[in-house]
Design a protein around this ligand. Sequence first.
Ligand code: GTS
Length: 232
Amino acid sequence: MSTPHRHTDARHSPLKIYDWYNGPYPARVRIALAEKGLLPAVDFVSINLWKGEHKTPEFLEINYSGTLPVLKLEDGTRIAECTAITQYLDHLDSKPTLTGTTAVEKGLIHMMTKRAEIEFLDAVSVYFHHATPGLGPYVEFYQNEEWGLRMRDKAVRGMRYFNEVLMSRPFVAGESFSMADIAVIGGMIFSALVELSVPEECEALRKWYARMQKRPSLVAWAAMVEKGEPLG
Ligand code: GTS
């Protein structure tokens, strides 16, 4: 997450996403967009996390939480939270492929996505912000190292939990790829950034991730990060 990058696009798309090109949470939405073939439909507005652009009064007007990503629709409606954005995008074509179609699929995907956030991704994020230099002294004005280290341990427990889950099914919420897989992928991306390794014995999680990394959506995301350029 270290290369400063600003992207503005002359095209006008009805969908605008405020994000930072290689952030793990933004990755969730970019992967969802790629899965849905929607990348060309979006204009990305780059908000530099390293300069604290997400904490300015102007950005807090856009998203109260001061976090990325945020989706802005043509009529000005703003949707924050990766899960909510993914649900919106998944329903645009009335053919949801990431958030479930039956009641039970929807329930399971929601549950596993929430678990991926609580038990894994959000815990890695707290570790990053509290027990490492995080985004630097201008952004991290309060840090609690002990809390950060507890959350690091929680994230590793989360990895073990998802390893167990993936020992008995091909995808996080069952038989097909979903938003829940994307949330765990976000956790894996963040873990790699903070050099938090997956325990050696978590073979099912490692194998699943190797499989996920071959999906065209993840290949495109990794290529974009490598080039230091936003997709779309
Ligand atoms: N619950 C939010 C979501 O799901 O969208 C969390 C979003 C979030 O934490 N985004 C990170 C952020 O804005 C972006 S990144 O770290 O993945 O690049 N972090 C900045 C901060 O100061 O918390």
